[in-house]
Design a protein around this ligand. Structure first.
Ligand SMILES: [Zn+2]
Length: 220
């Protein structure tokens, strides 16, 4: 009986194909091959930046009594009814959480957090804080959300209106997470988004930028 045998050449070919497949799925040497590695600069999260009265920097120490401020606050004019917040990225709505803020004054004001999953490395959290403990405004803020969990969103897509509550300081706490660690959004923003941040930092008189930087202590 004739024994079936692979030639050395065939075995070598199989080995190379195996290494190639392992390389494609596990390594970067052939370049990023799928979505896991894609990150595009973030757009500015407001449709109308002219509605922003002032901002507070990322990284301000002891913001909540213990930890440094882990987002950038973008505060809108209280004279508005509200203003439109848009997605700064392509992604998926991971979760929409409603809670109360124990650190707010007065305590337990509405926190509405919309998590946008970009990839396994990057997440955006849009924390909507109208400055309210009023049940009617809380309900209106919940009803203003235009997306649902599981939705795919595109950059620039309307996410919600940020409403204005009775306690003041209506704002978006703009939070970017990289590998579950909060990072300052500014250096990861597009050139046009950065110029909007710069314009607010330069032209608004009552910003909270203790060392002049949007990312406190980081020199941006
Ligand atoms: Zn904040």
């Amino acid at each position: 009986m004739r024994k079936f045998k692979f030639s050395k050449k065939t075995l070598l070919s199989f080995l190379l194909i195996f290494i190639w497949i392992v390389g494609l799925t596990h390594c970067d040497i052939f370049g990023p091959s799928y979505d896991e590695y894609v990150f595009e600069w973030l757009d500015f999260p407001f449709a109308n930046p002219g509605n922003i009265e002032r901002m507070a920097a990322f990284g301000i120490p002891n913001w909540s009594g213990t930890d440094p401020h882990n987002g950038i606050d973008l505060i809108i004019y209280e004279s508005l009814y509200g203003t439109r917040i848009i997605s700064p990225t392509n992604g998926t709505i991971d979760s929409i959480d409603i809670s109360e803020n124990p650190y707010s004054h007065p305590a337990n004001q509405l926190l509405l957090t919309i998590h946008i999953y970009i990839n396994s490395e990057w997440t955006v959290a849009l924390v909507i804080e109208p400055g309210t403990s009023d049940e009617t405004i809380k309900t209106a803020q919940r009803n203003a959300v235009l997306v649902e969990e599981g939705d795919t969103v595109s950059r620039g897509q309307s996410i919600t209106d940020l409403l204005v509550g009775e306690h003041g300081y209506p704002h978006l706490h703009y939070m970017i997470m990289r590998n579950d660690e909060p990072v300052c959004a500014y250096p990861f923003s597009s050139a046009s988004a950065r110029s909007i941040f710069d314009d607010i930092a330069r032209t608004r008189s009552n910003n909270n930028l203790p060392d002049g930087n949007i990312c406190h202590g980081e020199g941006y």
